[in-house]
Design a protein around this ligand. Structure first.
Ligand code: CU
Length: 456
């Protein structure tokens, strides 16, 4: 397995076949730029994002996670179709890794694409503190690009001195509304990233939304953006309208952009923040000769990972999952005390329900249980005033058109369901085990929006 630096091309990475130990531990990061005081964080190997793990499709990922934190943790390999015992969900697939202990994760990378790994214990706090990193699985064949760049976007709630605002962890207001949104945006933990490019190069941008709850809307100025893959899986390539895409928490997108401006030009990649656009990335063109006389020809689709081309809807298991609760809802009006004065949120607080139940996602009966190979069709019926990013573990799904008569030309592992709308999805439940299904707005997940299902 190889480890590469962020915002660097994959060429030159070091490959090794042994187990790589990663230590979850305290560290510090210059979230406000090199000239400002750093912020104390928790990170894999003490850095945020953690080391980029990079393997070729079909290779094994072998990571020993050593817990140097003062509390339990675990690692979820988000979007990977892996054996259930490696999925990293505390109490459901493994015991939490206690402080001073370690856990060996070992599985084959069956799918090429852009993935990420993150904590799954007290996620709203541990991910917010920085426990996440990118996991890149390279295609077996070479993909014709000049630069392969990982852009991990996060938002932070910082105090004036740059420290992470930890007092507002477990805020009942966040949990009952849109989740924890931070006003300080970063890409790869820096407020602005300069990327040197040469005219007519092709860039592959692997964008990961690592924020707890923010919908990240990103726009490339002056460049067309081809959507090549979503949530790791190849899509039928299409041009992003206005070169703009929106990612829910946990979503990834692979964009191809041809550097079509003149030598010496500059163009930003902008992310929306409180109604304005913030330039997070600056594409800085070299003044010298272009990389080639003209941009490359239109890209071919990325090679398929072999997900099924069709599904038998007639024999499908169908379930509607109403999503209820949140601020101003009846559930909240019933007036149970959710905040302990001076101690933040009551850990038993339940603000949201899925299919009538508020759960931690690992206790109680499964939401449903199906035989391996069955097609599952779920309808997420969002009856709340907030968007929710519904994440299914261990599987990728299709987003269905109205009336189930077609589907979008891409796969997802997390789908944003707009307020008062319904999203219908379908997947083949071909991976045996106990899998979580939850909102990836982490404050929602921890206050009721979590469930699990079983494939037997
Ligand atoms: Cu939610």
């Amino acid at each position: 397995m190889a480890v590469t630096c962020l915002a660097l091309p994959s060429a030159g990475s070091i490959r090794a076949s042994e187990v790589r130990t990663i230590r979850a531990r305290a560290g510090s990061v210059h979230l406000r730029g090199a000239e400002q005081a750093p912020t104390a964080v928790w990170g894999y190997d003490g850095v945020v994002p953690g080391p980029v793990l990079r393997v070729k499709r079909g290779e094994e990922i072998m990571v020993r996670l050593a817990n140097d934190l003062p509390e339990p943790t675990s690692v979820h390999w988000h979007g990977l179709r892996l054996p259930n015992a490696m999925d990293g969900v505390p109490h459901l697939t493994q015991a939490p890794i206690e402080p001073g202990q370690s856990f060996d994760y070992r599985f084959k990378a069956t799918d090429a694409g852009t993935y990420w790994y993150h904590s799954h214990v007290y996620s709203s706090e541990q991910i917010e503190r920085g426990l996440y990193g990118a996991l890149i699985v390279d295609e077996a064949e070479r993909i014709d690009v000049d630069q392969d760049l990982v852009l991990v976007i996060d938002d932070w709630r910082l105090l004036p001195d740059g420290a992470l605002d930890t007092a507002s962890f477990r805020s009942a207001h966040d949990a009952a509304h849109a989740g924890r949104i931070g006003r300080h945006l970063t890409v790869n933990s820096t407020p602005s990233l300069d990327i040197p490019v040469r005219a007519n190069e092709r860039l592959r941008l692997r964008v990961i939304n690592a924020a707890n709850a923010r919908l990240v809307t990103l726009r490339l100025e002056g460049h067309a953006a081809w959507v090549m893959a979503i949530d790791g899986q190849p899509a039928e390539p299409f041009l992003a309208r206005d070169s703009q895409v929106t990612l829910g928490p946990g979503n990834r997108i692979d964009l191809f952009a041809d550097a079509a401006l003149a030598p010496g030009a500059q163009a930003p990649i902008l992310v929306e923040n409180s109604g304005a656009e913030v330039p997070l990335v600056n594409l800085r063109y070299a003044t010298g000769a272009p990389a080639r006389p003209a941009p490359r020809a239109q890209a071919k689709p990325l090679p398929s990972n072999g997900l099924p081309g069709r599904m038998a809807f007639k024999e499908a298991f169908r379930l509607d999952v109403p999503i209820e609760g949140g601020a101003m809802s009846e559930l909240m009006m019933r007036g149970r005390t959710q905040e302990i004065p001076g101690h933040g949120l009551d850990p038993r607080a339940r603000f949201w329900t899925m299919a009538g139940a508020a759960s931690s996602g690992h206790h109680g009966p499964p939401l449903f249980s199906v035989k391996r190979g069955r097609v599952v069709m779920l309808g997420f019926v969002n009856a709340t005033a907030f968007p929710h990013g519904m994440h299914v573990h261990g599987h990728h799904f299709r987003l269905l058109d109205k009336n189930d008569d077609g589907w979008k030309p891409f796969w997802l592992d997390s789908v944003v369901v707009a307020p008062r709308e319904t999203a219908r999805i379908a997947f083949v439940a071909d991976n045996p085990g106990k899998w979580m299904l939850h909102c990836h707005m982490l404050e929602h997940q921890e206050t009721g929006m979590a469930a699990w299902f079983e494939v037997i």
